[in-house]
Design a protein around this ligand. Structure first.
Ligand SMILES: Nc1nc2c(c(=O)[nH]1)N[C@H]1C(S)=C(S)[C@@H](COP(=O)(O)O)O[C@H]1N2
Ligand SMILES: [Mo]
Length: 235
């Protein structure tokens, strides 16, 4: 990696204007959308050229973050993605089972709340709908808890947020399997929200009654981390 892993510190002064341009486009779609498709959250699209070259030109400008100073190791033999909590059918997916779900690709821009941005990241993975559908969430479940192998990193999204069209579980970046430093084997991608909601090294998704504060929210960042509309301070 280019830079040693660091942990995100104080949010610092606000650097984004409200009119920050959020470029995001879906390059592949799954047939079913779960919940309301939220196309109105898309405020811009990348050019076809940018979309075409994204898989061959690695996205640059990343800073690698961990909260523990070490990175969890992905063991293909033992890793499982567990789907539990308020579901009728708890699941434990192997890496191959995850890869067998309907595949989607998208090009979207990634923003850390501290001010750095990576444009036109080409992601490959699965939509939340396809992961959750088989687990059959119960009516009492209104949110998802995302649990990292990096304990105690967790974060939450409401089901409505998680059902936006470009929220995905990504197992590929720039056309290659997700690297360890970026959260292998799979990370959450929600381009509308700042990086800290994009949990790396996922191991479990729990259907829970409501969205509550995750790791960084407990340290003062906003729970709803909308890019350009959240300054990272609790209000
Ligand atoms: N498990 C885990 N996930 C994480 C983090 C982390 O420290 N640990 N940092 C978050 C933050 S603040 C950002 S900006 C992005 C950075 O992604 P990258 O390390 O792939 O550049 O990961 C997010 N997901
Ligand atoms: Mo971040």
């Amino acid at each position: 990696m280019d830079t040693p892993p660091v942990t995100e510190q104080d949010p610092g002064p606000r650097r984004y204007g409200r009119r920050l341009f959020l470029a995001t486009v879906v390059g592949g779609v799954s047939s079913l959308y779960w919940g309301k498709a939220a196309w109105d959250h898309v405020t811009g699209v990348v050019s076809p050229v940018a979309e075409a070259i994204a898989p061959i030109i690695p996205s640059s400008g990343w800073r690698i973050y961990t909260i523990s100073g070490s990175m969890p190791t992905f063991d293909r033999a033992t890793w499982r993605l567990k789907i539990g909590g308020l579901v009728d059918q708890p699941l434990s997916l192997t890496y191959d089972e995850l890869r067998a779900l309907p595949r989607v690709e998208q090009v979207s821009t990634f923003h850390c709340v501290t001010g750095w941005t990576v444009n036109n990241v080409h992601w490959g993975g699965v939509r939340m709908h396809d992961v959750l559908a088989a687990a059959r969430p119960q009516d009492a479940g209104h949110a998802l808890q995302f649990v990292s192998m990096e304990v105690p990193y967790v974060d939450y999204l409401t089901l409505g947020q998680a059902s936006m069209h470009d929220v995905m579980l990504a197992y590929e970046m720039d056309g290659k399997p997700l690297k360890q430093e970026h959260g292998a084997p799979v990370r959450l991608v929600i381009p509308e929200m700042y990086g800290y909601k994009n949990v790396k090294w996922l191991q479990e998704i729990q259907v829970v009654p409501e969205s509550i504060d995750g790791y960084w929210e407990n340290l003062g960042y906003d729970r709803d981390a909308w890019v350009g509309r959240s300054n990272g301070y609790s209000s």
